[in-house]
Design a protein around this ligand. Structure first.
Ligand SMILES: [Zn+2]
Ligand SMILES: [Zn+2]
Length: 280
C-alpha cells in the first residue's frame, strides 16, 4: 500500500519518524508521500525523502499558510516579494528527483481557531491571494512535469474556478483531490479530467463521505491517512492524535466493506492508482 498523503514532516513525528515508518511497513505500507504546507515543512519533506528511499516528497504552500503573506500586506511594503521569494524557493525544490508532486496547494475557507496567526480571518483579500498562489503553483506542476496534490476545505467553488482557468491536459491522471470533500461538482470535474480522489479515516465516521465514496469508481480512488490528523475508528476512540500511516489498513478495510469488494482488490487497485498518479 502507498500512503499518498501523510505529514511525517510535522512536529507530531519529530521524535520517532523511524519507528512510525517501521510500524507502517509491518502493516503493509511500502511507500509514503509526504506533502509540505510551507517552506520549512517542504524542506523537511525533501530531507526525509533523502533519508528514506520509501519516502517521496511534495513541496508547496498550503492555502492556510498563505495568510502570512496576506497579513504582511500593509505592514511591509514588499509583501509581494515575500510570496515571490518563497514561490521561487518552492520552484527550486520542485526540480529535485526526490520531489514527486507540487502540494499541498489549494483553497481553504475554513476558519481555523487553533492557528499561529493571531488575527486569522477569511476576508476577500486573503481569498484573492490564495487564488493567485494556487494558480502559480499549478503552473509549477505543469512546468516541472510533477503531480499535483490539491487541498480544498469549504471552497470547492473557488477551487473549480481556478482549475477552470489553469487546467492543462498534462495534469490528467497526475492530480488528486486529497481528502476530497463529498461534493458532486468535484466528482464531476474529477471524472471529466481524470483526477484521483483521496480517501481518509474520516470515512469511518462521516455518513456523507460514505455516500460519496460509494459513488466513486475504484479506478479513481487512492488511500491516504493525512497523519497526524483524521484517525479512523476504532483507533480514534482510544487515541485520536497523532494518527499514523499504519492506520491506512482501517481505511482500506472500510472501503472494502462500503463497496462490497474484496479487500485485496481494493489494495491492489488503489496502489496501482497511486503509482500512476505519482510515477513511483
Ligand atoms: Zn489538506
Ligand atoms: Zn495534508
Amino acid at each position: 500500500m502507498i500512503d499518498t498523503h501523510c505529514h511525517l514532516n510535522f512536529k507530531a513525528f519529530m521524535n520517532g519518524v523511524n519507528e512510525v515508518i517501521d510500524t507502517a511497513k509491518r502493516a503493509g505500507v511500502t511507500k509514503f508521500v509526504v506533502p509540505g504546507t510551507d517552506i520549512s515543512t517542504s524542506e523537511l519533506a525533501v530531507e526525509l525523502a533523502g533519508q528514506y528511499p520509501c519516502v517521496h516528497a511534495a513541496v508547496g504552500i498550503h492555502p492556510h499558510h498563505i495568510y502570512q503573506y496576506h497579513h504582511a500586506k500593509g505592514k511591509e511594503a514588499d509583501y509581494g516579494s515575500l510570496l515571490d521569494n518563497d514561490l521561487a524557493f518552492i520552484s527550486k525544490m520542485v526540480d529535485d528527483r526526490r520531489v514527486v508532486a507540487v502540494g499541498e496547494v489549494g483553497m481553504d475557507r475554513y476558519y481555523y481557531r487553533d492557528t499561529k496567526y493571531s488575527t486569522y480571518q477569511i476576508d476577500p483579500g486573503f481569498i484573492d491571494l490564495q487564488v493567485s498562489a494556487l494558480a502559480r503553483q499549478i503552473r509549477l506542476a505543469v512546468e516541472y512535469r510533477k503531480a499535483l496534490i490539491l487541498h480544498n476545505r469549504l471552497a470547492a467553488a473557488d477551487l473549480l474556478e481556478v482549475l477552470g482557468k489553469e487546467w492543462e491536459p498534462e495534469l490528467e491522471g497526475r492530480t488528486v483531490f486529497h481528502c476530497a470533500e463529498p461534493e458532486e461538482r468535484l466528482l464531476e470535474f474529477a471524472r471529466k479530467n481524470k483526477v484521483f480522489i483521496g480517501v481518509d479515516g474520516d470515512l469511518t465516521w462521516s455518513k456523507r463521505k460514505q455516500r460519496f465514496i460509494r459513488e466513486v469508481p475504484l479506478s479513481m480512488l487512492v488511500l491516504e491517512t493525512d497523519a497526524p490528523f483524521l484517525t479512523p475508528e476504532p483507533v480514534r476512540f482510544e487515541k485520536q492524535f497523532p494518527n499514523e500511516p499504519k492506520n491506512i489498513t482501517l481505511v482500506r478495510e472500510f472501503v472494502s466493506k462500503l463497496k462490497e469488494t474484496d479487500v485485496n482488490l481494493i489494495e491492489k487497485t488503489t496502489t496501482e492508482n497511486a503509482q500512476r498518479l505519482f510515477g513511483i
